[in-house]
Write a protein that binds this ligand. Structure first.
Ligand code: PAF
Length: 282
């Protein structure tokens, strides 16, 4: 696996693969890779011949009081994991390579509708930063397909909308959430948890599973069900941010008539903010 840091070297390597008739996949990441990221590479390999991963901790998608500076950076380990998973090319741009005119001078991509509410409400500007960097990566690599984890469900919806609205000729694949044995969704931010918090953390997923069971049993009082699930989160030590029942494809608030639902939640455990989601078909 080669690692390149300039857009020109990236384009040269991808052009060579393209000339050889290879189908190109892109897996954008922020590094500190875990089994969830490895599953994205493995999924990409099932649909493409030449896999490009990127590692870039994108300052444009972090708020002023968020964890940009402390976000774990583990390049050497990440390179080993990517190479073992069958990645062909790793792109590791610097901030100035990505944003040569500075972040304020950068043209932005704003995806209305699906960017609003949920994480969009708690993290203003976050999805604009995500859509902008992903759009740039798409233009740099021009992949046939790109793979994103379903753990960031709203992010995946934002990227699908962007691709549709901007007519980008790229297939977007979602990859299933990878969970630890106790149910906690794998996340680079799990590393911030101390031992007691890590032991409590699976309660976030359990609150979604219990809510899903109640919906499958035919209960329709969404507000009451949500309040109960958030009380369960609080009892486990979480400070709830949001928990919502949305229609799975449009992400609009669900009505009792909807059959395809997604339960989305974010909550704080100490200073760590965790997110999770669960799709439910009634
Ligand atoms: O999901 C992530 O790791 C990031 O939001 C992404 C898609 C790599 C954009 O920076």
């Amino acid at each position: 696996m080669n690692t390149v840091s300039s857009v020109q070297h990236l384009r040269d390597a991808v052009a060579q693969a393209r000339r050889a008739g290879q189908r190109i996949a892109l897996v954008p990441t922020m590094g500190n890779l875990h089994a969830g990221h490895v599953s994205l590479i493995e999924q990409a390999r099932r649909s493409a011949d030449f896999i490009v991963a990127s590692i870039f901790v994108n300052p444009l998608q972090f708020g002023a009081n968020e964890d940009l500076d402390s976000y774990p950076r583990t390049l050497a380990e990440d390179q080993d994991k990517l190479a073992a998973a069958g990645c062909n090319l790793l792109f590791t741009p610097t901030v100035s390579e990505m944003y040569p005119n500075g972040m304020h001078g950068q043209t932005r991509v704003l995806v209305p509708g699906v960017s609003e509410g949920l994480c969009g409400a708690s993290r203003p500007g976050h999805f604009e930063g995500v859509a902008t960097v992903v759009c740039k990566l798409f233009n740099m690599v021009q992949p046939d397909l790109a793979v994103f984890g379903e753990k960031d469900y709203q992010q995946l919806a934002v990227i699908r909308s962007m691709v549709r609205d901007l007519n980008l000729p790229i297939e977007i694949q979602g990859a299933p959430i990878v969970r630890a044995a106790d149910g906690l969704a794998l996340s680079s931010r799990n590393g911030y948890l101390d031992a007691a918090q890590r032991a409590a953390a699976p309660a976030l997923y359990r609150s979604l599973q219990q809510l899903a069971e109640r919906l499958r049993a035919g209960e329709t009082e969404h507000a009451a069900l949500i309040a109960e699930a958030q009380r369960a989160q609080q009892a486990a030590g979480f400070r709830p941010d949001y928990l919502e029942i949305r229609e799975a494809f449009s992400l609009r608030p669900a009505t009792p008539a909807d059959r395809s639902l997604v339960l989305l939640t974010a909550a704080h455990l100490g200073s760590t903010r965790l997110i999770d989601n669960l799709s439910v078909t009634l």
